[in-house]
Design a protein around this ligand. Structure first.
Ligand code: PLP
Length: 514
């Protein structure tokens, strides 16, 4: 039985709210009542001093800050209500392709919340932060081992910042040899941040075509590799979810022409403990701790996109670098090394999102080498299982897989037949899935698949959830055979119904009208 289609829901803002509640002030600021307080403090025994005597006048506000004046229960209810209007990993299956929305172990949260970790001031002198520096050093070592490259910098705070760092490293490396190549090769199955980072670094993007197997078109690559190529950036597995079969040949072609090789390892969860970018000949790789290494993400952070590099690139890595030396009484000492004359410099303030390092290190230690390898095997198994399930029944008919190959941790379907034969689009299917309690997969990405639907089931879901998801898709397609109008107006059960996405970007309304 499909979730009920309640068209009256259109005018409601939330399933668990009466219209009166929903109509009342929505932002915490609108709930403000002058003089209302969340707590009362006893009077101070210390004599009052005017602020102006303590703080220079140019730093003092002229007007009060305009903070909301609300009671404690109102604060709790406000944020609790907001939290229930969202869909999150702790609510249900979240197969958002390319994002690795996997379960984030609570153990990691416990460890990150220990006061010695959570309350460490970022400006603490290295001598007083030995434990934190040791953890960062050990994380560098672990990532180095996982990537098969000897040096790691934890500075980049996102995958895309790792990419920018990698391109600046490539430039520094070439410049040191008196070279100044201007182009970067990017297969058209790469992640969208790759060409953006290339433009940002001031290089020219040269696209490389995809062959019939979903890999790099070798003929096109041969035609485009020349002395003016600074680097090739390869997303692997690529955005079609396939592992490039010609990876070693791609590496040697680019190296022979003097270019560097960059491996976009944001989705390392497909290959951890199976193979290593360094062994494939890559010079620089970034990994996303907020995907493969279980740092919770969504809503834009915090994250970390460390890079691992070869000996040839090491002199240029960001400054400072966490280093280990022999300390006193046989105990190692850790420090921040600023003395790196060829470094591309600093990429951020302080040393990074430390809580992310703690969670990822806890994840790596608790799984161990065998556990990481098994996590990857399971992620790949789940993707291939779900892909096979969706090749049956109506899904197989209306939503064929874009490239029929063994996939890695994710796969891409095309909703083109569904649109043609049933008159519903991939977007409609995605929205209707919300009524079934599933977060939709990624839609309309990668761009080279018509009506793309990119599914990443991850390793932490049980088989029943994969089956339920496949059955939900089957039900939606069956329903659409009878009445395509249902999906076209979905969702019906969510706090907010179909959004006018174009209107939202053109005319954003960020506060309620008075
Ligand atoms: C997520 C992702 C990125 C970008 O990472 P951010 O941390 O969001 O900047 C780059 N490449 C691939 C393949 C990704 O999946």
């Amino acid at each position: 039985m499909n979730p009920e289609v309640d068209t009256a829901a259109r005018d409601r803002t939330g399933p668990d709210e009466t219209p009166q509640q929903a109509d009342r002030a929505v932002t915490i600021f609108e709930k403000s009542v002058p003089g209302r307080r969340a707590c009362q403090l006893p009077g101070s025994g210390v004599e009052e001093v005017p602020l102006a005597d303590l703080i220079p006048s140019h730093l003092l506000r002229e007007e009060p800050a305009g903070l909301p004046e609300v009671s404690e229960p109102e604060i709790i209810r406000h944020y609790n209500r907001l939290s229930r209007r969202n869909f999150d990993l702790d609510t249900g299956f979240y197969p958002l392709g390319s994002c690795t929305m996997k379960y984030n172990p609570r153990l990691n949260e416990r460890v990150a919340a220990l006061p010695g970790h959570a309350r460490l001031h970022p400006a603490t002198a290295p001598g007083d932060a030995q434990g934190a520096l040791e953890l960062m050093y050990l994380l560098q070592e672990a990532l180095s081992e996982i990537c098969g490259l000897p040096h790691v910098s934890l500075q980049p705070s996102a995958g895309s910042q790792g990419e920018l760092a990698g391109l600046l490293l490539a430039r520094a490396c070439h410049a040191d040899q008196g070279r100044n190549p201007g182009k970067v090769l990017i297969p058209d199955t790469s992640h969208g941040t790759n060409p953006a980072s290339v433009s940002m670094a001031g290089y020219e993007v040269v696209k490389v075509a995809t062959d019939g197997q979903g890999g790099v078109d070798m003929e096109d690559l041969r035609a485009k590799v020349d002395e003016d190529v600074a680097c090739l950036m390869l997303t692997n597995p690529n955005t079609l979810g396939v592992f490039d079969r010609n990876i070693t040949e791609i590496a040697s072609l680019v190296h022979e022409a003097g270019g560097l090789l960059y491996y976009d390892g944001a989705n390392l969860n497909a290959i951890m403990g199976q193979c290593r970018p360094g062994d494939m000949g890559f010079d620089i790789v970034h990994v996303n701790l907020h995907k493969s290494f279980s740092q919770p993400h969504g809503g834009g952070g915090p994250g970390a996109g460390p890079i691992a590099v070869s000996d040839r690139v090491e002199p240029y890595i960001p400054r400072p670098q966490v280093v280990k030396s022999e300390g006193e009484a046989g105990r190692p000492a850790y420090d921040l090394d600023f003395d790196r004359p060829k470094s591309i410099g600093r990429l951020r303030g302080f040393q990074g999102n430390f809580g992310v390092f703690v969670r990822s290190y806890a994840y790596i230690l608790s799984l161990g080498a065998d556990g990481l390898a098994e996590a990857s095997r399971t992620a790949v198994l789940h993707a291939n299982y779900l892909k096979s399930r969706l090749a049956q029944g109506r899904a197989g008919q209306y939503l064929p897989v874009a490239f029929e190959r063994h996939c890695m941790h994710e796969f891409v379907l095309s909703g083109a037949p569904m649109k043609r034969e049933l008159g519903i689009r991939t977007l409609d299917l995605a929205k209707r899935l919300l009524d079934f309690g599933f977060h939709p997969p990624t839609v309309y990405f990668p761009l080279l698949v018509d009506e793309a639907l990119m599914v990443e089931p991850v390793e932490t879901e049980a088989k029943e959830h994969l089956d339920d998801f496949a059955e939900a898709i089957e039900s939606i397609l069956e329903e659409a055979e009878q009445d395509p109008g249902i999906a076209s107006e979905a969702p019906y059960t969510t706090p907010v119904r179909r959004l006018d996405e174009v209107g939202a970007t053109r005319r954003p309304v960020i506060r309620q009208p008075d």
